[in-house]
Write a protein that binds this ligand. Structure first.
Ligand code: ZN
Length: 198
C-alpha cells in the first residue's frame, strides 16, 4: 500500500538518495518543503539549478568555481610555486579558513581506492603533473589520513620524485580517517607546519 501520493513519494525518494539523508529525514524534509510558501520553494529550486549550471572547474587548480580561474589562482599575491594537493573543494576551504596558507592548491576530486575501483586516471592527477612543468618549488600532499588518502599520497610522491621538485606530506596528528574539513584550524596548521619531505 502506498502511504503517500505519488508526488510525495517521488520527493521522498529523491531526497533519500542524497548523502547522509535516511528515509526518516527525507520524509521530514519532503513535508517541510510541501508546507513551505511557493516563492521559497521556487527560490530553492532556482539556486540549485543555477549552481549546477554555472559551477565549473578552475582551469588551473580544478576547484569548483563560477569563474574560469578561481579567486585563489587569480590572486597574484599568492605563492604560485607552492601547490597543496587536496582531495576536494571542501578540504581547500578548510585550509583557506585558517588564512595562514599563501600558496595555491590542486584539487584531485577524489582519492585512489582499489577497493572502490578508483584508479589514478579517475582523479585529477594528470592535470597535476601538467602543472608541474611550470615553475613549482614544492608540492604539499594534504590528502586525508585515510587508507585512500595515504595510498594517493604515496602514489603522487613516487610520481613527482623523478622531477626533482620537493614533495612533502602534511604531518599526521590529523585524526586517522578524519575528513580534513572537520578538523579544527589549529590542528590543520600544525599538520601543515610539521610537514616532512617524502
Ligand atoms: Zn584555481
Amino acid at each position: 500500500m502506498e502511504l503517500y501520493s505519488g508526488y510525495i513519494n517521488q520527493l521522498i525518494e529523491e531526497l533519500a538518495a542524497l548523502p547522509g539523508i535516511g528515509n526518516k529525514s527525507a520524509q521530514r524534509l519532503a513535508f517541510h518543503l510541501i508546507n513551505m510558501p511557493q516563492d521559497k520553494v521556487n527560490r530553492l529550486a532556482k539556486v540549485m539549478m543555477e549552481a549546477k549550471a554555472n559551477i565549473c572547474y578552475c582551469k588551473e587548480c580544478y576547484t569548483l568555481t563560477d569563474r574560469e580561474i578561481c579567486p585563489v589562482c587569480a590572486n597574484r599575491n599568492r605563492n604560485h610555486k607552492l601547490i597543496m594537493v587536496v582531495e576536494n573543494t571542501r578540504d581547500l576551504a578548510a585550509y583557506e579558513k585558517t588564512q595562514k596558507y599563501d600558496g595555491v592548491y590542486h584539487v584531485l576530486h577524489g582519492a585512489i581506492s582499489p577497493m572502490l575501483g578508483i584508479g589514478p586516471g579517475d582523479i585529477k592527477l594528470k592535470e597535476l603533473m601538467e602543472r608541474l612543468s611550470g615553475d613549482v618549488e614544492e608540492v604539499i600532499i594534504a590528502t586525508n589520513s585515510s587508507l585512500e588518502g595515504e595510498t594517493t599520497a604515496m602514489y603522487i610522491g613516487k610520481l613527482i620524485k623523478p622531477t626533482g621538485i620537493k614533495v612533502t606530506r602534511i604531518a599526521s596528528g590529523v585524526p586517522v580517517g578524519g575528513d580534513l574539513e572537520y578538523i579544527d584550524e589549529v590542528t590543520l596548521l600544525r599538520a601543515l607546519e610539521g610537514r616532512t619531505e617524502i
